[in-house]
Design a protein around this ligand. Structure first.
Ligand code: GAP
Length: 441
């Protein structure tokens, strides 16, 4: 891991973004818990995506399907048969590798990176299996879903009938997914339990390419809106031998993490594969009726599928900066977009005495109606600013002696460290405006 990655992991633990799962028992490999700041960041990121998808598009609705589904779903979807990675083992150290992640040279010589012979590659299905009911017997097996998408497909008919949507339209869903990954590494980047942000867009089969291009553009635009550095984002097309079993075309949106370029989101043309298979396996007619023409057909699906937990790592990595601010003085700052920052406003009395602390408390309580706030009266004001910079709080409000006389406060901007004087009655509106017009410097 690069030093920058070490610094990010250490910040996440130190400030309560992410903790190792079951840490007091020595931890569980590759499972992570989101602490007080991490859960705020994750929830806000989820809301940002949800708003972008459902609120700003009047033809996209939401859904929240169960994690466990009828086992036939995974036969129909092709996951029982095809959702597998090739696994090889170092025959001396027993270290396991994904075949497709090994360098060409190791695959050719059948040796591990340590130089030992490799075992023959074998298929390894990534789905977790469990049993429904008190007896573990065949017939009661269920899978933990490896993608949220299937919950949307099996509800396609329900949504069409209840919401009277016309093509093209989308269904969005956020939720947990589970994959028994052979290799989990890089902190929360690849884990066995993770969250996805998925949207399935149902279109007329003749318009699949048009909507595929449209959603590629929209999704890249979304990351720009989130303030992610454009030079750390790119598209990567899947070659014919990389396509998932359901896809006709696929592009990844990749991000340049401290450990290299990696997938953040996939945009897939899944054709009519999923609905057709569910129709066949369930015996239910999942065709769409076009009222205008009387045609019945199975729509094509353009899918946008992002990792929420992976996005948490991405936004932190992108926001993280160590900055020289004066000779012998530096700060760590997380330049998070204000809409996803765990705390929006820090409120600080310059000193505790002479009624400043009480006035600061009052102002903080007033701001709570509109923002997530944090009150801090301990230590030098510079240190209090730094503590908030490090966790990405975009605004600091300082109450001083002038506040007591003129009812104004100092509003400090995290990114530029600029300070402006603002009348207290205008403070909330001013912060709202700053959030709306936010541009990362
Ligand atoms: N429904 C399509 C689908 O699941 P995918 O490319 O396998 O497509 C979509 O996964 C996204 O889910 C990925 O781009 C990634 O962000 C996230 N993801 C996949 N596996 C993950 C894992 N083991 N840990 C964390 N995130 C993962």
């Amino acid at each position: 891991m690069s030093n920058r990655m070490d610094d990010i992991v250490s910040l996440c633990k130190r400030r309560g973004f992410v903790f190792q799962s079951s840490e007091i028992y020595g931890g569980l490999s590759s499972a992570w818990d989101y602490g007080p700041l991490g859960v705020e960041l994750k929830n806000r990121l989820q809301r940002f995506w949800w708003r972008e998808m459902t609120q700003l598009n009047d033809n996209i609705v939401g859904l929240d399907a169960a994690i466990m589904m009828h086992p036939r779903v995974w036969e129909a979807s092709g996951h029982v048969e095809s959702f597998a990675d090739l696994l090889v083992e170092d025959t001396v150290t027993n270290e396991r590798f994904r075949w497709d992640h090994l360098p060409e040279e190791n695959r050719r010589t059948m040796t591990s990176p340590a130089g030992n012979p490799l075992s023959e590659p074998r298929q390894f299905n990534l789905m977790f299996k469990t049993y429904l009911g008190p007896v573990a017997e065949s017939g009661s097996e269920v899978y933990l879903r490896p993608e949220t998408a299937q919950g949307i497909y099996v509800n396609f008919k329900n949504v069409v009938q209840t919401s009277r949507l016309k093509l093209p339209f989308g269904i969005a869903q956020v939720g947990k997914a589970f994959r028994n990954e052979i290799v989990t590494k890089n902190f929360i980047f690849r884990t066995c339990e993770f969250e996805q942000l998925e949207m399935q867009y149902f279109v007329h089969p003749s318009e699949d390419n048009k909507w595929f291009e449209y959603w590629k553009d929209q999704r890249m635009e979304y990351y720009h809106k989130l303030g992610i550095r454009p030079d750390r984002l790119r598209f990567e097309e899947h070659g014919p031998d990389e396509l998932a079993h359901y896809a006709k075309a696929a592009f990844d949106i990749q991000y340049e993490f401290p450990f290299g370029w990696q997938e953040l989101e996939g945009v897939h043309n899944r054709t009519d594969y999923d609905l057709r298979r569910h129709s066949e396996y369930s015996g239910k007619d999942l065709r769409y009726l076009d009222d205008a023409t009387g045609d019945r057909f199975i729509p094509y699906i353009v899918e946008t599928s992002a990792g929420l937990t992976r996005s948490v790592l991405m936004v932190i990595a992108d926001a993280y900066e160590e900055e020289e601010i004066a000779e012998n003085d530096s700060r760590v700052v997380l330049r998070l977009h204000p809409e996803i920052a765990p705390i929006t406003v820090g409120v600080f009395p310059l000193v505790k005495k002479d009624g400043l602390a009480e006035r600061a408390r009052e102002i903080e309580r007033e701001l709570r109606d509109d923002f997530t706030t944090f009150y801090d009266q301990s230590g030098a004001i510079g240190r209090r600013y730094r503590r908030q910079d490090e966790i990405g709080t975009p605004f600091g409000v300082t109450i001083d002696y002038e506040t007591m006389e003129e009812n104004t406060v100092t509003l400090r901007m995290r990114d530029s460290m600029e300070q402006v004087r603002v009348p207290v009655p205008e403070l909330a509106e001013r912060i709202r405006r700053e959030i709306k017009n936010y541009k990362r410097v």
